[in-house]
Design a protein around this ligand. Structure first.
Ligand SMILES: [Zn+2]
Length: 232
């Protein structure tokens, strides 16, 4: 049965090879999303092994957290930006799963992320999720959780409304406004847990901060942060 399945896959692959999402060359059977050459060129930060990395420094002093890391540098016109764009706007959910498993494989090797009990993702407003068909951070988080052998607490946090334009407000007003947008749907489930919050790309960190501040109101919780990209 297994051979039959493999044989069928090889034949399918022969006639309809998947293409690398970046260079568009035909992928080998064992390659997923990217060819080996493109995967090797991805700009890994290796922040997971650096305690004073840029992700940590950007969030430091804004809310208490254990560890923070980002998988790739994110710059305009880069390969990571192109992949993230395809994930968010061109209906390629498989890229989210791919990113999430790369992140999970990396974090599962790192001692500082061993104490984590479970994973949560920054939620999208449901209207936005409906438009897109999925929340990209959920896909990343689910694959990351699987690679780390941890539970993913999907839907434990929800986003209540679209965040309004944030101009003309002070930083603390902006954080309050954002914070009110997140609602903990299942407090019981998260009590006393050390959670890893997943987001796609870290820019100013305002969204992560707002979501983390809500989570930290739950008794006994601690948070760590991981994102796929960091804007530098
Ligand atoms: Zn390629």
């Amino acid at each position: 049965m297994r051979y039959w399945k493999e044989w069928k896959q090889s034949i399918l692959h022969l006639f309809f090879p998947s293409l690398c999402a970046l260079c568009k060359q035909a992928l080998l059977v064992q390659e997923k999303i990217l060819c080996m050459a493109c995967e090797h060129k991805l700009p890994y930060t290796y922040y997971h092994a650096l305690p004073n990395n840029e992700t940590t420094l950007r969030l430091a002093g804004r809310f208490p957290f254990q560890h923070a890391s980002s998988l790739f540098y994110f710059t305009q016109e880069s390969d990571v930006q192109q992949l993230m764009h395809a994930l968010k706007y061109k209906h390629h959910p498989e890229i989210g799963t791919y990113f999430g498993s790369l992140l999970g494989q990396q974090l599962s090797k790192e001692k500082s992320f061993k104490a984590i009990d479970g994973i949560v993702a920054i939620p999208l407003h449901y209207k936005k999720e409906q438009q897109r068909g999925y929340n990209q951070s959920n896909l990343i988080a689910a694959a990351c959780a699987e690679a780390m052998g941890l539970p993913f607490y999907n839907k434990a946090i929800v986003r209540k409304r679209f965040t309004q334009t944030q101009t003309l407000k002070t930083r603390s007003e902006r954080v309050d406004n954002m914070e009110a947008a997140f609602f903990i749907n299942n407090t019981e489930l998260l009590i006393g847990k050390q959670l890893l919050i997943i987001d796609d790309v870290l820019t100013t960190g305002a969204t992560v901060e707002a979501c983390a501040l809500q989570i930290l109101k739950i008794p006994g919780t601690q948070v760590s942060i991981a994102t796929i990209g960091i804007v530098i």
